[in-house]
Write a protein that binds this ligand. Structure first.
Ligand code: ZN
Length: 210
């Protein structure tokens, strides 16, 4: 983990990456690692009518900026929500391009036990595209059928506050229970108690290459 210098976060939808590993992103930036964030949908065709089509694009820019990710390291696609399976090959080809241009040494993505149909596509195609790269699956309890806490990243108050601040940039999604600051802090507490740290995020080890 210490050696990983170029980290790639794969988010099926904007906010998944911040929810799954926002505290860790903030810590990596603090440690001087290069963090890239790729979101596969900004939902322009599925947002409620009263919202501008680029609402989520603006919000993810602000959220990742708060975490410290440079704007040039943010890549946004606009695959239709809940229809990723229809674009599976296109998504795989984009992932392969990303792999050859970035050459990341650590990838974060949803786990293979995530039941959201779009998350499943990103997890399965990510596993194919990043064949020789270490991959950690992030925790999204509302979508995880099971979750094995095999890896922990220790965090401090500052990292968790950054995660909460970043997620508060999603003004259009604020009704969602998992964006609640108490929930975010509580989950980081649960994971911390498992290992005796102030805060933590937990991950499933999907592939570990040494
Ligand atoms: Zn999602």
């Amino acid at each position: 983990m210490q050696k990983a210098q170029r980290v790639l976060v794969l988010a099926p939808h904007t906010d998944d990456g911040e929810l799954g590993c926002g505290g860790s992103i903030s810590k990596f930036i603090e440690e001087g690692k290069e963090v890239h964030y790729v979101a596969f949908s900004i939902c322009t065709r599925s947002l409620p009518k009263h919202l501008a089509p680029d609402t989520l694009a603006k919000e993810v820019k602000e959220a990742t900026r708060i975490l410290g990710v440079s704007n040039t390291n943010l890549t946004l696609f606009d695959f239709d929500v809940r229809r990723f399976k229809e674009f599976r090959q296109d998504i795989l080809e984009e992932l392969v391009k990303i792999k050859s241009s970035l050459q990341p040494d650590l990838v974060f993505m949803p786990t293979l036990n995530d039941i959201h149909q779009d998350h499943q596509v990103i997890a399965e195609e990510g596993l194919r595209a990043f064949k020789n790269v270490s991959i950690l699956g992030y925790e999204l309890p509302w979508n995880n059928l099971t979750f094995n806490t095999q890896c922990f990243i220790k965090l401090n108050e500052n990292h968790i506050q950054k995660k909460i601040d970043a997620l508060s940039a999603y003004e259009s999604q604020k009704q969602r229970s998992y964006l609640n600051a108490d929930f975010i802090r509580s989950l980081a507490n649960v994971r911390a108690v498992q290992i005796g740290a102030p805060y933590a995020e937990a991950f499933e080890v999907i592939r570990w290459v040494i």
